[in-house]
Design a binder for this molecule. Structure first.
Ligand code: NAP
Length: 340
């Protein structure tokens, strides 16, 4: 089968940073599905894993943790899916990724693809949708009832990126909470408003002043999708007493959690790989989340965040997508579609 892999960790301008390779099709076992991958999306996790370092892989490493495709074989213990089902999933960071024509994936983290989307539109969603869902509803514990959220507000830092783009929709349309999203360019401001943000503030300017200007001095919740180090002090200053902050971006330096003490505010991490990495008892929640998201898409409540499609899926196009993501200016999602 065709695949795109690496053995050395090189700058994306190097043609060997991602290479076209041929591999054997893997064998199914246990609860694994064998999926023929039709479209993949690219996320900052790919560029972070690929980051230049001295390590050399003895056999090619396959990146890619976002895919849509078709089940072609099921393991002996599979009960959720059948051959022919169209599926979408983010995957498991500890296993081989989706930049391959065929991929093994545990059925407990796979969802039924939305019927109203094609493979490329569906591939844009799984990783960011699972992340946003877990952050908003599991970690921040936002209740999915508009009546409960009357007068409550959520600040999303980095609103136009892959995760922010889906979080805005889930928070404003499903939970009915007032959403303030950050965006720094006219095109990203327009994008976040179209997705359902009620207010937009610019993360390159003073956030405290801008929040005061829109009359939301203390948001009940903050979801940080960029640079936790830089935003931690302002998040601590803004958060409502007893409020909750969730971040999905690792810190580079230690942060001062004492800043949250007087407010009894909570800080919680979200890592969308936790459930698969630790095979948690509730791992199947990712199957459930993806199925709910698919229904919301088919009902028209959530739209795909696909913004750009490259074809075919090959090393050259993946290098282009990585370079674009590394620039930090992506709006919504970049997808690669079809192997031919
Ligand atoms: N923990 C997890 O499970 C998990 C899951 C997914 C992603 N992540 C991490 O979350 C981060 C965001 O992922 P993503 O896919 O949404 O990224 P992305 O699509 O690459 O985000 C791009 C957006 O970031 C915004 N941005 C750039 N600089 C910013 C700044 N200084 N402050 C605020 N926003 C800024 C840009 O908006 P403007 O153009 O308007 O500036 C741009 O639209 C990444 O670090 C990723 O690794 C973690």
């Amino acid at each position: 089968m065709k695949a795109v892999g690496l053995t050395r960790y090189l700058p994306i301008t190097d043609p060997e940073s991602l290479m076209d390779i041929e591999l054997d099709i893997p064998e199914v076992s246990g609860r694994d599905l064998l999926v023929r991958v039709h479209a993949v999306s690219v996320n900052p996790v790919d560029t972070k894993v690929r980051k230049p370092k001295d390590k050399v892989e003895p056999s090619p490493k396959i990146l890619g943790w976002d895919a849509a495709g078709e089940v072609v074989k099921t393991g002996p213990e599979c009960t959720y899916f059948q051959v022919g089902d169209k599926v979408f999933y983010a995957g498991d960071l500890t296993r081989s990724g989706s930049n391959a024509e065929y991929q093994l994936i545990d059925e407990r983290i796979v969802g039924v693809m939305p019927q109203s989307l094609n493979f490329a539109q569906a591939a844009a969603l799984p990783l960011t949708a699972v992340t946003a869902w877990e952050a908003l509803f599991d970690r921040l514990q936002i209740v999915q009832e508009p009546a409960h959220n009357k007068g409550k507000s959520l600040l999303i830092i980095g609103g136009a990126g892959g995760v922010g783009s889906i979080a805005i929709q889930l928070a404003s349309k499903l939970a009915g909470i007032t959403v303030v999203a950050t965006a720094s360019r006219p095109e990203t401001e327009k994008w976040v408003r179209e997705l359902g943000a009620h207010h937009v503030v610019n993360h390159r300017q003073d956030l405290m002043q801008q929040m005061a200007a829109i009359g939301i001095v203390q948001p009940d919740y903050i979801f940080c999708c960029n640079d936790t180090d830089t935003y931690f002090p302002v998040m601590a200053a803004l958060i409502k007493p007893q409020g909750r902050i969730c971040s999905i971006v690792e810190t580079v330096r230690p942060v001062d959690i004492n800043l949250l003490k007087n407010k009894s505010a909570a800080f919680v991490w979200e890592l969308m790989y936790t459930r698969s990495m630790y095979q948690t008892d509730d791992m199947v929640e990712q199957h459930n989340i993806l199925n709910i998201v698919a229904r919301l898409v088919d009902q028209g409540l959530v739209t795909t965040t696909l913004k750009q499609t490259l074809s075919p899926i090959n090393a050259e196009n993946l290098r282009k997508a990585h370079a674009q993501l590394e620039a930090g200016t992506t709006i919504g999602k970049i997808v690669l579609s079809s192997w031919h």
